[in-house]
Ligand binder design. Structure first.
Ligand code: AVI
Length: 337
């Protein structure tokens, strides 16, 4: 069901805070049969694939949080350091008093650091999962009673329509964590164009964090850590698939494989059968030969001039980029024209 629930949401210090559900507009299109069909088709194809969204059940989300703290996984802390160091400068580029749209908000923690600097009149957290978003919104609302705190549940890998949520004014779109890298370049450009269409002139804009192309060994290590956390994260997709399809994958029968594909500028993750595996998928026996792989993720990397050009192709103007001293990660702001 779509729409904020009946009672009007009034943001004022005197009014009681509305319940969390009232702040969240549910736009998730739930079609479990179609999702199941796509998942089965991916497993029965050669090469087989599982979409990366199947990493993120409760255990997978906890493993991803652990990945973000790993010594080898530099993107999260490098981006955070760029934000800390250039916060005033970035806020000066983005401007204050707009709608702050947090794409892939999770528990809203990354965005929370920006609110005192950008002073939005409305915060809009957008995510596919209500579990972290609802408490995150509640925390923000109680810490910032003057901000109109709202959420939208949607899967924006299938497109985005937030026009009704922007209140007709300028907005700052925030898309951190190099999540854009999990789209292929064609999808990424399309998504940036969609964001650009949501912008109301140059007062709106996009603040986005993107991982940079670099030495293949460092990239491979970031996705294949010594403690094996990313391997567990990758294998956990099989446990999640088992629950959805009733299959009997043994996650430990698959090895985690991660490498940088230099030609396509992407880190690839795969699960490789250690021995022959025969899995019944929807009544069909799918045999994986020893050494056969299931492709689970691509994470595209961009040189700063490439990504700035992509933002410009999508229609953003006056693109600026802030980087760490080693040039490992880029934070970009582009004005919506
Ligand atoms: C969520 N996304 C940006 C991460 C990435 O780096 O592509 C997912 C990830 N996969 C393995 N480690 C991190």
């Amino acid at each position: 069901m779509e729409g904020f629930t009946q009672r009007l949401y009034v943001s004022s210090d005197a009014a009681p805070a509305p319940a969390v559900e009232q702040r969240i507009r549910d736009r998730l299109v739930r079609d479990p049969a179609a999702e199941r069909r796509a998942l089965v088709a991916g497993l029965l194809s050669t090469p087989a694939s599982i979409a990366p969204k199947y990493f993120y059940d409760a255990r997978g989300s906890a493993l991803f949080a652990a990945i973000c703290r790993l010594p080898e996984y530099y993107p999260t802390r490098t981006e955070a350091a760029i934000f800390e160091r250039y916060r005033d400068d970035i806020a000066g580029a983005a401007g204050i008093g707009k709608v702050f749209v947090d794409l892939g908000a999770g528990d809203c923690a990354k965005a929370a650091r920006w609110l005192p600097f950008l002073k939005p009149w409305r915060y809009l957290g957008v995510d596919i999962a209500p579990e972290a978003l609802a408490p995150g919104l509640a925390r923000l609302a109680s810490a910032h009673p003057r901000i109109d705190v709202r959420g939208v549940l949607t899967d924006f890998s299938n497109g985005l329509d937030l026009f009704r949520d922007l209140g007709g004014g300028a907005a700052t779109f925030f898309y951190p964590g190099s999540s854009i890298g999990n789209f292929n370049p064609v999808e990424a450009l399309r998504f940036l164009q969609t964001l650009r269409r949501h912008c109301r002139g140059a007062a709106s804009g996009l603040l986005i964090g993107v991982d940079t192309k670099k030495d293949a060994t460092r990239l491979a290590d970031a996705y294949d850590d010594a403690a094996g956390v990313t391997g567990e994260f990758n294998r956990n997709a099989l446990a999640h698939v088992n629950r959805i399809l009733g299959t009997d994958f043994d996650p430990d029968a698959f090895a985690h494989v991660a490498f940088y594909n230099e030609r396509d500028s992407r880190v690839e993750m795969h699960l490789e059968a250690r021995t022959r595996q025969a899995i019944v998928v929807d009544g069909i026996t799918r045999t994986f030969a020893a050494g056969e792989r299931i492709h689970t993720e691509n994470s595209y990397k961009y040189a700063p001039d490439e990504f700035a050009a992509m933002l410009e192709r999508a229609g953003f103007r006056n693109v600026r980029c802030w980087r760490d001293a080693a040039g490992d990660f880029g934070v970009y702001y582009g004005e919506g024209a």
